[in-house]
Design a protein around this ligand. Structure first.
Ligand code: XMP
Length: 513
């Protein structure tokens, strides 16, 4: 694919994915590469710019992450962030030491003054907040570098050698706490690297379709479609590329939300592909009968999923390619970079063992989530599929406390649909990262008309989060909650009480199980 590339050279910082996302948001393609990548490999990528990321080390310690000095002779602009800035200073003859005074260490939001003559800060306000997190200090700036920003504690918050296109910032422009941080990254890309801004999903679609046709030829492809954004967009892209050579197996485990299965099926009717929907709800319910322990539920569902998928795959016969909706954060988090592995990812059910295939194709491997959504739109998938919130593989089973039964599933589906519908009607859903109803195992006394009820309590859960590792409970307007509550107890038989979950993560998790 012919587009300009920026390399994000990963020294193990915690925000490295965010740097890459910001670069892509600016319309420039980039890849995160570990600092241990052979220099020849990096050079062969013909980067128009390089960004050194932050990292936990100190440049003056033995064995701390580094890069061969010759990278500075390529004539390619480099932006060093935090550790990356100090490393650049260190390698180019400056001096970096541990900050002696506490006041020279900076953590958190810091008022910063910028020299707006510097390309990095061109067109931006002269003062602003930056997000700092460094205990080291550039005691001496390398030759050729000028000071480009300062704070009360530090005279060289940013340094620049404009002639060579080298820039260093001790703060993190990639995080939201730094005002105009993305503008600084954009300035680096467009003012220093002279980027053309040639990374768009329209282009990506065209080149990816061509590349998939090229690779797959007349081969047959099998994809497990879960209905989530990633597998749906992967399916749409493959459908566009190879149409009837693709078979999508959609295992409907009966634990989906209201109408979800039909919506997924409808979305793919526009392509001439082989779409197999397996209605396996009864099978899953039988396996789940009497099971109350959350981890056992997950395990049973995961195993049954693989079993059903394998049975269907066998009917399809030997295939050449097994397609997966792996996306770039999965690739980076699984240890391609140097940052600590946060969790091991697996798609619904994991990889089937006894399905014969020659190779795996992962057409979204290089895309971030927002890019995947954009690509989905380019491919003509409906907005409700493209913007679908994360939905756990085990589905509603982990939103029903205690045993999962058909009656409880029906109740929860209705209550959940009402909650989602009212949020959407009020436009509140746009501000939320995830929202759903969970059915508790509590029954309580109520009164309806003249009669006593003894029914279930449902809990409403809505959170905002950037990364799903931490989350805050969402402040939903009372009148909206009132409408949901009234509708749920009136419209859903078996529920007579509505609760609101006002716990953040941590200490709670987003899901109830
Ligand atoms: P928790 O509940 O751990 O959830 O705060 C964090 C995010 O992960 C989703 N989640 C899952 N996704 N399979 C999935 O594919 C699972 O088993 C699973 N469990 C939780 C959850 O919906 C939230 O977005």
């Amino acid at each position: 694919m012919s587009h300009q590339t920026v390399i994000v050279l990963d020294f193990g910082g915690q925000y490295n994915q965010l740097i890459a996302r910001r670069v892509r948001e600016c319309g420039v393609y980039c890849e995160v590469k570990p600092y241990t990548t052979p220099l020849a490999e990096l050079r062969a990528m013909e980067p128009i710019g390089i960004i050194f990321t932050g990292g936990p080390g100190s440049v003056y310690e033995d064995g701390s992450p580094t890069v061969d000095r010759s990278i500075f002779t390529w004539g390619v602009p480099i932006l060093g962030i935090c550790y990356g800035c100090q490393l650049m200073a260190h390698l180019l003859g400056g001096r970096v030491t541990a900050a002696q005074r506490d006041s020279a260490r900076e953590y958190g939001k810091t008022e910063t003054h910028f020299d707006t003559r510097c390309r990095l800060f061109r067109g931006l306000p002269e003062t602003g907040t930056t997000w700092m997190s460094h205990g080291d200090y550039m005691e001496q700036v390398p030759e050729g570098f000028a000071l480009a920003a300062r704070s009360a504690a530090c005279p060289n918050v940013a340094v620049a050698d404009e002639a060579r296109g080298f820039y260093g910032v001790q703060f993190h422009p990639e995080v939201n706490h730094t005002r105009h941080g993305t503008d600084m990254i954009r300035n680096f890309l467009y003012e220093a690297c002279h980027a053309a801004g040639d990374w768009t999903m329209e282009d990506y679609k065209r080149t990816a379709v061509a590349a998939l046709r090229d690779k797959i030829g007349g081969g047959r492809v099998l994809l497990a479609l879960s209905g989530g954004v990633d597998s749906s967009v992967a399916a749409a892209l493959l459908a566009e590329a190879v149409g009837e050579q693709l078979t999508c197996v959609f295992v409907d485990h009966g634990l989906m939300r209201k109408n979800e299965g039909d919506e997924v099926e409808a979305a793919f009717s526009k392509w001439a592909l082989n779409f197999v929907r397996v209605n396996a709800g009864a099978r899953f319910l039988t396996k789940l009968a009497g099971v109350t322990e959350p981890e056992r539920k997950r395990k049973i569902i995961g195993e049954e999923f693989v079993r059903v998928f394998e049975e269907e795959a066998k009917k399809v016969g030997a295939v050449d390619y097994l397609a997966q909706g792996t996306i770039y954060p999965d690739v980076i988090e699984s240890g391609a970079g140097d940052a600590a592995v946060i969790k091991s990812h697996h798609n619904v059910g994991g990889l089937p063992d006894c399905v014969e295939f020659k190779e795996i194709v992962e057409p979204l491997r290089l895309l971030f989530k927002d890019e995947v959504r954009q690509l989905g739109r380019e491919l003509g998938l409906p907005e409700y599929l493209v913007m679908r919130q994360p939905f756990p593989g085990p589905g509603l089973a982990i939103r029903i406390i205690g045993e999962v039964t058909k009656e409880k599933l029906d109740m929860l589906r209705e209550a959940d649909a009402i909650f989602r519908e009212e949020l959407a009607k009020a436009g509140e859903d746009k501000h939320l990262s995830q929202f759903f109803a969970a059915l508790t195992n509590i029954r309580s006394v109520g009164v309806m008309g003249d009669g006593r009820t003894y029914d279930y309590a449902v809990a409403l859960r809505a959170v905002t989060t950037d990364d799903f590792m931490t989350a805050d409970w969402a402040r939903i307007p009372y009148d909206l909650l009132d409408r949901v509550s009234t509708r749920v107890v009136n419209e859903v038989r078996g529920i007579n009480r509505v609760l609101l979950d006002i716990t953040s993560k941590p200490p709670a998790t987003i899901e109830w199980e």
